[in-house]
Design a binder for this molecule. Structure first.
Ligand SMILES: C[S@@+](CC[C@H](N)C(=O)[O-])C[C@H]1O[C@@H](n2cnc3c(N)ncnc32)[C@H](O)[C@@H]1O
Length: 437
């Protein structure tokens, strides 16, 4: 392979090109991309001048150009917690891995870098991972025995997004040494790193919370600041269960309720009993807000037991299960569905550009004009700095390999505190050595 002229990569399930960004930064040239989604293909073309092909299942492997690196962040619904978790049984999405495999088998590129949701590691009691691992090995590649799980917030990027990374190195090219990450080395994060100043946001009003939304969240703030309890509640607060049990219509059906629901109803009732006067007054006031019904009459306080809580210092999401409040240090994983995070201290939703920054896309990236599409695309995408990290590790960048070695991550004799993966072989000569960084 002629490194001076760049290496060639293919971008399967390319989305908006998270892999493309990282591989191009490393000197790669994209020779093929595909994605079934027409809006993604348009965004991809706008940004990279390449119109991706469509459905991978319709693409013959012989029609794909020769390449050195295969990249694929394959669809995750079949394995993700949000989906039905059918895995390979999901014929439409679960088996797309085998499309990667047929291309890998045919072209035998030097490297392949795959990414999927964290759940892939444990899906079907580990069988799904075993099948993936064993098929890659049978195709002639070295791959770690265990999948590496990594999140942008480990390295100071304020997004909690644990994903599985699978580094494959063709057996004659080299190996994949154990990738070690010690959680005590997690870097501090700040959401300020990705937030835009208000005067930088076009159409700012569009992202601001409405007056009703502010009143509704203020009500929950009054609640969390006003209740008297030994510990702030870690269970979901359901406004319609903050009452005497005999007044709770759900109790009529008690024996048919699942245990978890009985448990939450009892806990809400106990909380009410400890705060009857405060809660009854609060409920009277809160129900005046037109938004206070359904999921918005539920609160999931996931910040822990802190002194002087203030909801506006945190990150929120409006979910089917209620208003979820998380610590203000980093954002929860961007998702493809509409649960755009609310930045408490700015009283507004994240903008698409800030979502791009959470995935480490450069500000020059051209987002889809439709916000709903842009949110979806970034939610489906991948953090570019993590692609860069795993590509460099896979290619053999000595600095990155050293950084994630056992010696660096666990210098003292305390390997039990590390997140560690085992390797099947040792370091060897790699393509990376020839790169000029
Ligand atoms: C997890 S996303 C990958 C996103 C990508 N890594 C990025 O940086 O944006 C999976 C992608 O697979 C695409 N996809 C699903 N089924 C497909 C198929 N049969 N052929 C090609 N692409 C498909 C989806 O449209 C989606 O964009």
């Amino acid at each position: 392979m002629n490194i001076e002229n760049g290496f060639r990569f293919i971008d399967l399930f390319c989305g908006i090109g998270g892999f493309h960004q990282a591989m191009a930064n490393l000197g790669g040239i994209c020779v093929f991309a595909c994605d079934i989604d027409a809006s993604c293909r348009k965004t991809y073309e706008h940004n990279y001048g390449i119109m991706p092909a469509g459905d991978i299942t319709k693409i013959h492997e012989e029609d794909i150009p020769e390449h050195d690196v295969l990249c694929a962040g394959f669809p995750c619904q079949a394995f993700s917690k949000a989906g039905k978790r059918m895995g390979f049984a999901d014929e439409a999405k679960g088996t797309l891995f085998f499309d990667i495999l047929r291309i890998l088998n045919y072209h035998q590129p030097k490297y392949a870098l795959l990414e999927n949701v964290r759940n892939l590691a444990s899906h079907d009691g580990g069988n799904t991972w075993r099948v993936i691992h064993d098929s890659i090995v049978e195709s002639g590649y070295n791959v770690l025995d265990e999948p590496v799980i990594f999140s942008p917030h480990y390295i100071g990027i304020p997004q909690h997004r644990e994903r599985v990374f699978i580094m494959c190195v063709r057996k004659d090219i080299g190996t994949v040494p154990p990738f070690v990450f010690n959680e005590s080395n997690i870097s501090p994060c700040s959401v300020d790193d990705i937030l835009l100043d208000e005067d930088e946001i076009e159409n700012l009003a569009k992202y601001k919370l409405s007056d009703d939304q502010i009143t509704w969240i203020n009500n929950w703030n009054t609640f969390i600041r006003g209740i008297n309890c030994a510990k702030l509640p870690g269970f979901p607060i359901w406004a319609d269960s903050l009452c005497a049990l005999e007044n709770n219509p759900m109790v009529a059906n008690w024996d048919n309720l699942p245990k978890w629901q009985q448990n939450f109803i009892s806990k809400n009732n106990e909380l009410w009993m400890q705060n009857i006067k405060f809660i009854d007054n609060w409920l009277k006031e809160a129900s005046k807000c037109p938004l206070f019904f359904g999921a918005k009459a539920k609160l999931e306080w996931q910040v822990g037991n802190i002194k002087n809580p203030d909801i506006w210092e945190h990150i929120m999401q409006i979910r089917p299960s209620g208003l979820r409040v998380k610590p203000g240090t980093y954002f929860p994983a961007l998702v493809a569905i509409t649960q755009t995070s609310i930045v408490g201290k700015r009283k507004r939703f994240l903008t698409p550009r800030e979502c791009a920054r959470l995935q480490s896309f450069p500000d020059s990236f051209i987002c889809d004009k439709k916000d709903s599409q842009a949110y979806k695309q970034f939610g489906n995408s991948i953090n570019i700095k993590l692609v860069d990290l795993f590509a460099r590790y896979m290619f053999g960048d000595p600095e990155i390999r050293h950084r994630y070695s056992k010696e660096s991550q666990c210098p003292e004799k305390n390997p039990s505190s590390s997140k560690k993966t085992k390797s099947i072989s040792d370091n060897g000569p790699t393509l990376f050595d020839s790169f000029d960084y």
